[in-house]
Each structure stands twice: as structure tokens, then as C-alpha cells.
Design a protein around this ligand. Structure first.
Ligand SMILES: Nc1nc2c(ncn2[C@@H]2O[C@H](COP(=O)(O)OP(=O)(O)OP(=O)(O)O)[C@@H](O)[C@H]2O)c(=O)[nH]1
Length: 279
């Protein structure tokens, strides 16, 4: 009864359409900053001392998506709808190695996190990908696999850029801002006069909040990832794009006059990320 009532309530608040739900795994070695990242995405603020994750915790990000915003958000003839992005923050600790696959269920997408100051945490993402691909179940899978055979879209986030910078470790990508910057630059979307905001520390004390407030572009990149997963799950006509992963396209920058949808652009970005995992 309770659920029926809630369902009806949800539909009424949502122009008669049920809420959608997308499941995203957040994985990487212990201590790379997954819980901190999920907190930032869900709450928009830093967490001073995140507890070590026991097994898995789930953060939920509510977003609306539909055609009342920009045209890039539009869905064929649909009005705005509510969606819940479940962020499954899986403990990276070895003690959970044998039971992790319990959480690898009905996955729509994956966020891989590594610590820029610990090179091995990036190398081990390949292992994470293979493990998820081998033991997980997937919702709206791609026609062919990505790293380790992973059949869903993913994004790679290098964390602790502040420590890496202090220690003089050169990394190709840093915080969320850097990830977004690289993506935008790859797409050729920045004119020479435009600069993305840059944050030196993420998410060190104080710096994180500033990053969350100022970093318009990093949030945008992550939100676009979520939007793409929603489209794939709820609005895609053809989920089995042939060989989307198997041939990472070294595509030149977007040319003027050439029109790509947001999805196309992100899709390309994800294929570039294939390279990011090959370290
Ligand atoms: N300096 C710095 N510290 C960070 C950053 N991100 C996270 N931390 C710290 O790193 C430690 C581990 O962060 P968590 O978010 O708990 O890491 P996790 O990946 O969830 O770890 P597990 O739960 O063991 O899998 C915490 O003390 C965080 O405050 C960062 O960008 N810079």
C-alpha cells in the first residue's frame, strides 16, 4: 500500500510519468577518494573525514531531465522528468574482494577513480574493469566491450591533484575540473579567450567547497555523463551501437559546421578514456 501510494504521488508530481533510475558504480582502490567524490556530487560540498566504506554505500543524486531546459537536454517529445542517479560507492579494501560482485548488479555506467599521487591506483583500474565485466550484470549494455570487456559507458577521474602537485608528480589529468577541461579541449569547444576555472586542490580542506562552488564545468561534465546514461536507458532506440568500444577513434577536434549531439561528443570522450586505462 505504502509503495503504491508513493508511486502514485511520484507520478502526480512528475506529470504522470514515473521517476527513472540509473545505477552508477564508483570504484577504485581503497583511499583514492571515492566517498569524497560521491559526497561532492550528491551534496555539493566536501566531507572532512569520510569514514572507510564498509562493503558499499549508495548516494542518490536527484536530477530532472527533459526538454524544458537547453536543446541538448531534449528528449523526443517528452516533458521534464525526475531521475535518481544511484552512486554505488564500493569499498576498495581487499577484505571485500570476495563479496564485491554482490554489488555489481544492473549497472548502467561506471566512474573509475584513481589517486594521481599513487600511480598503481591507476594501473589497477584495468583490474577493476575486468572484475566488473566478468561478474556484473548490466542494464542497457553496449554492443561491444570497453576496457576488460566492460559493456557500459564509463568515466575516469584522477583525484588528489593537490598531493600530486606538491610531490611534483606529473599526471595527465587532475581533478574533475581537469577532466572536464581535457574533454572540452578535445572537442575544440574553447575559444582562445575562454578559460575553464582551475582549482589547485581537490578536495583538500576548504579547496573542495570552492571547487564545488566554482567548478561549473566539472559538474557539467559529470552531469552530461549522467544524462547520457539516462538517454541510453530510457530513450535510446538502438542500444547496441556496433563496436562502439573496440575501435577507439582518434577523432580530430570538432570542426566548425560539423554538428555533433552531446551524446556523440561524450561517447567519443569515453572511447578516448579507453586509452586512459591503458597505462
Ligand atoms: N589531499 C587530498 N585528500 C583527499 C582527496 N580526496 C580524498 N582525500 C582524503 O583521502 C582519504 C580517503 O578518502 P575516501 O573518500 O574515504 O576514499 P575511498 O576511495 O572512499 O576509500 P575506501 O572507502 O577505503 O574505498 C580521506 O582522508 C579523504 O579526506 C584529495 O583530493 N586530496
Amino acid at each position: 500500500m505504502f509503495w503504491r501510494g508513493r508511486e502514485r504521488e511520484n507520478k502526480e508530481q512528475n506529470s504522470g510519468l514515473p521517476c527513472g533510475q540509473v545505477r552508477v558504480l564508483v570504484v577504485g582502490d581503497s583511499g583514492v577518494g571515492k566517498t569524497s567524490l560521491v559526497h561532492l556530487i550528491v551534496k555539493g560540498s566536501s566531507v572532512a573525514r569520510p569514514p572507510q566504506t564498509i562493503g558499499c554505500t549508495v548516494g542518490v543524486k536527484h536530477i530532472t531531465y527533459g526538454n524544458s531546459g537547453s536543446s541538448s537536454n531534449s528528449i523526443k517529445g517528452d516533458s521534464e522528468r525526475d531521475f535518481f542517479i544511484e552512486l554505488w560507492d564500493v569499498s576498495g579494501h581487499d577484505r571485500y574482494q570476495n563479496c564485491r560482485s554482490l554489488y555489481y548488479s544492473k549497472i548502467n555506467g561506471v566512474i573509475f577513480v584513481h589517486d594521481l599521487s599513487q600511480r598503481r591506483t591507476k594501473t589497477s583500474l584495468q583490474k577493476w574493469a575486468a572484475d566488473i565485466a566478468a561478474t556484473g550484470t548490466f542494464s542497457a549494455p553496449l554492443g561491444s566491450g570497453g576496457p576488460g570487456g566492460l559493456p557500459v559507458p564509463y568515466i575516469v577521474i584522477g583525484n588528489k591533484a593537490d598531493i600530486a602537485a606538491k610531490e611534483g608528480i606529473r599526471g595527465s589529468s587532475g581533478n574533475l575540473v581537469d577532466v572536464a577541461r581535457q574533454w572540452v579541449e578535445k572537442q575544440g569547444l574553447l575559444s582562445s579567450s575562454e578559460e575553464l576555472p582551475s582549482t589547485e586542490s581537490f578536495p583538500g580542506s576548504g579547496g573542495l567547497l570552492a571547487a564545488a562552488k566554482e567548478a561549473r564545468f566539472d559538474k557539467e561534465a559529470v552531469m552530461k555523463f549522467f544524462h547520457m546514461l539516462i538517454r541510453r536507458r530510457y530513450f535510446s532506440d538502438d542500444l547496441s551501437a556496433p563496436n562502439a568500444w573496440s575501435t577507439p577513434v582518434q577523432r580530430p577536434l570538432q570542426r566548425s559546421g560539423e554538428k555533433l549531439s552531446d551524446e556523440d561528443q561524450l561517447y567519443k570522450e569515453y572511447t578516448f578514456n579507453w586509452g586512459a586505462l591503458q597505462v
